[in-house]
Design a protein around this ligand. Structure first.
Ligand code: BGC
Length: 388
């Protein structure tokens, strides 16, 4: 299948990210998402494009800001619009994979109910309650959160993404609440739909020490890999949320209802990061390197297909079916993607042979789209989009 997210493709969305853009906070300070790639209007054509590459599943996200633009006021036309699109997907023979939260928030969210406060939970519950009827009768796969660790690192620790906070304690409070919010999504969807196939999409990185011989770089990898790749998965499996990154952020709590709260494990895989210990806070520096000479991708990431197999083998421990909810490459000329895909799919097959129950693979992305901090430069699409 193929993957998309609302803000990156739909167009015409007013949310926290749109505000961030206007404040000039992207790496590309003048980039604006605007009409994105006009998918809200052209969705039927885009579904046909997905069919044409043989996809049988289509991942999209619901935009909270479209559904609840003003706190407590839900937009009936937006809800109907999503229902119509989901029914169309089904009619086209594409299984909907529906993300409830993919990085963005309504503009009121961070001031009123940010993730580090318990009020976020009730706000999310109200939102999910309105989303539940949209999923009725679709046999959809549902993802509560896309890449919570990326959102938390970017938005709460490094201040690069909305809400622009840089606070380890708030990061850990927000992390705990996102795990609780997943449990809430499960309750709300369960009440409305009975059985639901719910999981998360976890960004997973292969890690290596920047200096292979350096004990501190090596210890960093030993701490960061379980925290970044597994803390969220682990919490939804055992009910125990544990992050141990001394001097950065740590937490150790049991979350009620989180134990055994997914039907599948969602993995987003792109690359490997080399970690280097820095003598001053935040103590960690990371780089993408190209030790095997495959060439960095256009966005500057290492191509590391072997890491994919390793991480898929690691998630076997959760004893659930695995969905690859994203994998892909920014390849602006479109010359490297075939080999990238081939190499990565070979690793997926190897994982299956090694007994990992991989059920699905969703390529990121169907179309070139708005790439967050980088704006319109990167091209992850199977289809090239003429942005003009
Ligand atoms: C995100 C996508 C993003 C992609 C490429 C993932 O981190 O879920 O929204 O476009 O990777 O950076």
């Amino acid at each position: 299948g193929v993957a998309t997210s609302a803000y990156q493709v739909e167009g015409g969305i007013e949310n926290d990210w749109a505000e961030w853009e206007r404040q000039g906070k992207l790496k590309e300070p003048h980039a604006r998402c605007g009409i994105a790639v006009d998918h809200w209007r052209r969705y039927a054509e885009d579904y046909a494009l997905a069919k044409a590459v043989g996809a049988t599943a289509f991942r999209l996200s619901l935009e909270w800001a479209r559904i609840e633009p003003v706190r407590g006021r839900f937009d009936g036309a937006a809800l109907e619009g999503y229902r119509e699109r989901l029914l169309q997907l089904r009619a086209q023979g594409l299984r909907p994979v529906v993300t409830l939260h993919h990085f963005t928030h309504p503009t009121w969210f961070h001031a009123a109910t940010p993730w580090h406060l318990p009020e976020s939970l009730e706000a999310f519950r109200q939102y999910v309650r309105r989303c539940a009827p949209l999923l009725e009768g679709l046999d959809a796969l549902v993802i509560s959160f896309n890449e919570p660790m990326v959102l938390l690192l970017g938005g709460y620790l490094q201040g690069l993404m909305p809400p622009g906070i840089t606070d380890g304690a708030k990061t850990m409070a927000a992390l705990g609440n996102m795990v609780r919010a997943h449990v809430i999504a499960r309750e709300e969807l369960g009440q409305h739909l009975g059985r639901v196939e719910l999981g998360i999409s976890q960004n997973m990185l292969a890690f290596a020490p920047d200096r292979w011989w350096h004990p501190l770089d090596r210890s960093l990898v030993r701490l960061a890999a379980p925290a970044y790749n597994h803390a969220f998965h682990e919490a939804l499996s055992s009910g125990h949320l544990r992050v141990f990154m001394p001097g950065v952020a740590s937490t150790d709590v049991r979350i009620e209802g989180a134990r055994d709260s997914v039907e599948f494990v969602g993995v987003n895989y792109y690359t490997r990061a080399h970690l280097r210990f820095m003598p001053r806070p935040p103590f960690i520096d990371f780089k993408y390197r190209d030790p095997d000479g495959r060439g960095l991708t256009d966005i500057g990431w290492e191509q590391r297909p072997e890491g994919f197999l390793q991480l898929l083998q690691e998630v076997k421990r959760y004893g659930k079916p695995v969905w690859i909810t994203e994998n892909g490459i920014d390849d602006r000329k479109g010359t490297v993607r075939p080999e990238y895909l081939h190499a990565h799919l070979r690793q997926v097959l190897a994982a299956r042979e090694a007994g990992v129950d991989v059920q699905g693979y969703l390529y990121w992305s169907l179309l070139d789209n708005f790439e967050w901090l980088e704006g319109w430069g990167p091209r992850f699409g199977l289809y090239h989009v003429d942005f003009d």
